[in-house]
Write a protein that binds this ligand. Structure first.
Ligand code: THU
Length: 154
């Protein structure tokens, strides 16, 4: 069962937190996606489920490669699936792994890719049993560089 989020109050410019049932569904879909992880090198399966602003969910898993640096994280698989189907406004992403005692946290590269699509959406970082810690993208990547910065040189 999912725990209550630690940060329930909406922050300025932050989307509404999800309802408990939505959180549970997102985590379950992330856990389902983890079953498809292709991770023969790390043996560390990860799944993600990404909720768009208009209620669509895209899932993803990590996809490794014999040429190691070409591997892709579950979060970026889900984001790439959403973008490539025309969705680029996100409410939340749930990340799942087989870690029993620790919440799975997104890597730095994934945080930057999340930030490309807004700072004020939610990242649910879970343990294997579905309990979670939740932060906004901004909390995970403060003082970030983003699309708007490219227009600030004049
Ligand atoms: N991985 C993810 O897919 N997401 C994370 O949040 C952390 C790490 C993957 C990358 C690699 O395939 C494996 O986990 C071990 O790092």
């Amino acid at each position: 069962m999912a725990q209550m989020p630690i940060n329930l109050a909406p922050r300025p410019s932050t989307g509404e937190p999800l309802e408990p049932a939505q959180i549970e569904k997102l985590i379950l879909l992330g856990q389902e996606a983890k079953k498809f992880a292709y991770c023969p090198y790390s043996n560390f399966p990860v799944g993600a489920a990404l909720l768009t602003l208009d209620g669509k969910i895209f899932s993803g898993c990590n996809i490794e490669n014999a040429s190691y640096p070409l591997g892709t994280c579950a979060e970026r698989t889900a984001i790439q699936k959403a973008i490539s189907e025309g969705y680029k406004e996100f409410r939340a992403i749930a990340i799942t792994s087989n870690m029993k005692n620790d919440f799975i946290a997104p890597c730095g590269a994934c945080r930057q890719v999340m930030r490309e699509f807004g700072k004020h959406w939610y990242v649910y970082m879970t343990k294997e049993d579905g309990t979670y810690d939740v932060r906004t993208v901004h909390e995970l990547l403060p003082a970030s560089f983003g699309p708007d910065d490219l227009h600030k040189t004049k």
